[in-house]
Write a protein that binds this ligand. Structure first.
Ligand code: GLU
Length: 257
């Protein structure tokens, strides 16, 4: 299987912006094992800005663009250093690809990107993709890595997109307010009722970014890619997800033409 895994800052770093070593080690171990089992893996990783904040010892996440871009430049470097080191322990080679929304809208650039990923996968490498935050101002950015993960999964014709987040999946109600709230195991179609569950931007659930996750699910499933949202605190869940077991919420991809 060709699997794209998107991992968010909340999985990779502590609130301080410093690396969550235990979590990242578990993630790299599971992804290495999936590669050893013969799967092709592409990682879409956030964390550049967060880790730059930690590395530069800034007090909090910057609000202004130049500091954000500077933090991303520092943090991206740190991120790749960590991936290179941890995947290297399992004899896997990583490759860095940085993209902007603009790149993906130009046919020739998108084509070059796809060719590079396919070649890297043939060579047995593990592409690690992030938004090119140092140049991606609002006008040209994809904007969030859930969407980037879905676009990448669609372009490389992945069989599965796994979005690892700080939430267990899509709930029947707001889990912070309703003790009866349950994770929905399978979503066959993105109906208005499903969209309503993601809540408004200001709601509790939306702080987990459920709206962007449903948008990602829309892009992925329409391209025939099944997407799973699961909790990144347990990267070992990836084995069950790949085996098709019920973990998190699975959005079934439409049949490919
Ligand atoms: N590209 C951003 C970063 O690496 C993250 C964007 C996102 O997580 O949606 O910090």
């Amino acid at each position: 299987m060709r699997i794209v895994v998107k991992v968010g800052t909340s999985t990779l770093a502590h609130g301080t912006g410093r690396l969550n070593i235990r979590q990242v080690e578990k993630l790299c171990k599971a992804l290495s094992d999936l590669k050893n089992a013969g799967h092709q893996v592409v990682l879409v990783s956030s964390g550049a800005i967060g880790m730059g904040v930690g590395k530069l010892s800034l007090n909090n996440r910057p609000a202004d663009m130049p500091t954000k871009q500077a933090a991303a430049a520092v943090g991206q470097c740190e991120l790749m250093y960590v991936y290179d080191k941890l995947f290297g322990e399992y004899n896997h080679v990583v490759a860095q690809i940085l993209l902007t929304g603009d790149d993906l809208e130009h046919e020739d650039r998108k084509h070059n990107f796809e060719n590079t990923v396919f070649r890297l996968l043939e060579l047995g490498a593990l592409p690690v993709i992030n938004e090119n935050d140092t140049i991606a101002t609002q006008e040209i950015a994809v904007g969030d890595n859930d969407t980037l993960g879905a676009i990448v999964a669609a372009s490389v014709r992945a069989d599965l997109l796994v979005v690892l987040s700080d939430i267990d999946g899509l709930y029947t109600a707001n889990p912070k307010a309703d003790p009866e709230a349950r994770v929905i195991p399978v979503v066959w179609e993105l109906t208005p009722e499903i969209w309503a569950l993601a809540g408004d931007k200001g709601s509790e659930l939306a702080t987990g970014g459920m709206v962007t996750k449903l948008r990602a699910a829309e892009i992925a499933t329409q391209s025939g890619v099944t997407m799973v949202i699961a909790n990144g605190r347990r990267p070992e869940n990836l084995y069950d997800i790949v085996d098709g077991r019920d973990v998190g919420t699975r959005f079934l991809g439409r049949n490919r033409a």
